[in-house]
Design a binder for this molecule. Structure first.
Ligand SMILES: C[S@@+](CC[C@H](N)C(=O)[O-])C[C@H]1O[C@@H](n2cnc3c(N)ncnc32)[C@H](O)[C@@H]1O
Length: 248
């Protein structure tokens, strides 16, 4: 999608992100924080694409030392306004490239954000960057959906989100099955006009993510369907995967 860059998500979503996702995902956030805290033990933690701190802040509140990398200053500005938000060191930059001082015992990339890297090359670089920052016994956790095209017809899907008396929201998604990309346009029509919130992502199947991990010198040690460690099956809609340094 021409014009869609690493900062676009934040520019379009920072203002509403917490209102939309914090309430909607409260249970999910609590589940992820619980499991991530167990994986971290008392080690150092790095969140790739920390956003407004939805997950990082509750982890820091448990006494963990949490750092972040994030492309969008607008998202980080929201993090800074929250209690504890100014104490978390955040490096502004691309999770596929940016280096942070030191190594970490837990690095995590959640909420489908690996797919925000819009090329295979960038996704591989992100695995390599995570590997670079892992301590010898550290783990890298990736949480994302398993792609699902059951609602697509001829490479596209149109879906309504709401129809209220004064507004409607619908989403158009265009699938490129060779590039493995989906271009979304979310359109809200209301009395005060039309607002568009585009999104662009490159998806990867779980097996492709495992290959990226291999290229980065990592191996999969766990794959759950969800944060409660439920078994991953062929019909699972999401996965939480734990990678560690490959044994020699
Ligand atoms: C879906 S939000 C997730 C935020 C946070 N991790 C959470 O779970 O609430 C995706 C985040 O990734 C950030 N982002 C997208 N591409 C990025 C990139 N290449 N490097 C760093 N951050 C990126 C966006 O700015 C946004 O904050």
């Amino acid at each position: 999608m021409k014009g869609y860059g690493t900062k676009t998500f934040g520019q379009l979503n920072a203002e509403q992100y917490d209102m939309i996702y914090e309430d909607l995902m409260l249970e999910e956030t609590l589940d992820s924080v619980e499991t991530l805290a167990e994986l971290a033990g008392d080690g150092k933690v790095l969140e790739l694409a920390i956003g407004t701190g939805r997950v990082a802040l509750p982890l820091a509140a448990r006494g963990l030392s949490v750092h972040g990398i994030e492309a969008s200053e607008a998202m980080v500005a929201k993090l800074r306004q929250k209690p504890g938000g100014s104490a978390i060191p955040v490096e502004i930059g691309d999770i596929a490239q940016v280096r942070v001082k030191g190594t970490f015992d837990l690095i995590y990339l959640v909420f489908n954000t690996i797919f925000n890297l819009t090329t295979q090359e960038d996704q591989v670089c992100c695995f390599k960057n995570a590997a670079r920052h892992l301590s010898a016994k550290g783990v890298f956790v990736v949480e994302t959906v398993v792609p699902d095209f059951s609602e697509y017809v001829d490479g596209q899907r149109m879906k309504g989100s709401w129809a209220k008396i004064d507004s409607a929201r619908f989403e158009i998604a265009i699938h490129d099955r060779v590039a493995q990309t989906i271009a979304f346009q979310r359109i809200v029509i209301g009395e005060d006009g039309t607002r568009m919130v585009p999104h662009f992502m490159r998806y990867a199947w779980p097996s492709e993510l495992d290959l990226m991990a291999q290229l980065a010198g990592l191996e999969r040690v766990e794959r759950w369907a969800w944060w409660n460690r439920s078994p991953f099956r062929s019909d699972s809609k999401s996965h939480v995967t734990v990678y560690a340094r490959a044994r020699q």
